[in-house]
Design a protein around this ligand. Structure first.
Ligand code: PYC
Length: 314
């Protein structure tokens, strides 16, 4: 199809959660920082975001990642994460997928890799066996033991923490965190998020809390807890959620239940696992998240000007 705009992408999944990395075809968003590039994408290139991750080419669980030039000369790339409804700050599973994708195309080798994101510098260690350990942006607790009254659910008490995205973290008795209950889990976590928004409860500086994370006892004997994570929009994370595990570890540390360096093994809703731990960097609590990603496809997306849905379904 001569003359039709195209994009080359690589798909992967990290512990079950998909990532689609855009390699070519997306006009480079200008900006001195990755945050400026993301603002430009939101303002001027949003149709491309929708076309890459929404149906008919994608679905609501796909997280897209645009590679850009980095901010720091030491970084391999800048990266802006996005999904079907907007843009993410950081994305833990996505970063693991990006590292394996960069390895797949020969841009990085096992060892230390620096990357720049809109919310700060991050890095990764890629092992010879393909396991990736990311060093996330610092995590912090904003408020603990916040109680809200959720229609149809009653009083829910949880903690608000940052792990690269904003999270409300809680436990709900009565609904098993299993895939066959995902419909109900989506409904309940969406009701919690809507209640927080209506009540004006936010992260710091009025930031929207767009992720809700539920916890329960693990099913795996080698895990410490199992979770269910509502992502922005109406998708749930198939992986144990890197930024959510970071936020959880910050809460556990603040409550005296996780020491620096102590391993936290987080099982996700499909039974996969991330291993995380916290390190101190001055006053900052730096989460490390370890997991695996597998490349699943290389594709060329075609944006036929005749196609009324080339920029995705609404
Ligand atoms: O792994 O941080 C994560 C994440 C955020 C949204 C989906 N995955």
């Amino acid at each position: 199809m001569n003359g039709v705009p195209t994009m080359d992408v690589i798909d992967s999944h990290t512990e079950g959660e998909p990532t689609r990395v855009v390699l070519t075809g997306w006009p480079e968003p200008p900006g001195h920082t990755i945050a400026e590039r993301r603002t430009f994408m939101e303002r001027e290139q949003d149709a491309l975001r929708r076309g890459v991750v929404r149906e008919p080419r994608g679905h609501d669980a796909v997280v897209g990642a645009l590679l850009t030039p980095p901010e720091r000369p030491t970084a391999a790339a800048g990266v802006v994460f996005f999904n079907d409804v907007g843009y993410l700050g950081m994305c833990g599973h996505g970063l693991i997928g990006v590292v394996r994708t960069l390895q797949h195309v020969g841009r990085v080798a096992p060892g230390h890799i620096e990357l720049d994101t809109p919310v700060g510098p991050v890095s990764a260690e890629l092992s010879d066996d393909g396991v990736v350990t990311i060093r996330n942006v610092p995590a912090r607790v904003h408020r603990t033991d916040v109680t809200v009254t959720v229609p149809g659910l009653g009083e829910v008490t949880g903690d608000i923490a940052w792990g690269g995205n904003w999270f409300f973290l809680t436990e709900l008795a009565g609904v098993p965190l299993t895939l066959d209950h995902r419909g109900e889990l989506l409904r309940l976590t969406t009701a919690i998020r809507d209640t927080l928004i209506r009540a004006g409860i936010t992260g710091s500086a009025g930031a929207l809390i767009d992720h809700v994370e539920l916890f329960t006892a693990p099913s795996r004997p080698d895990a410490d807890a199992r979770n269910f994570v509502l992502c922005p929009g109406s998708a749930y994370d198939r992986s144990p959620c890197g930024t959510g595990t970071s936020a959880k570890m910050a809460v556990l540390h603040a409550k005296g239940r996780l020491r620096l360096g102590q391993r936290w093994r987080q099982e996700g809703i499909v039974g996969s696992m991330f291993t995380g731990w916290l390190e101190a960097d001055g006053d900052a609590l730096v989460p490390h998240i370890q997991g695996r990603a597998f490349v699943t496809a290389r594709a060329t997306l075609l944006f036929d000007p005749q196609d009324p849905f080339r920029h995705g379904l609404a």
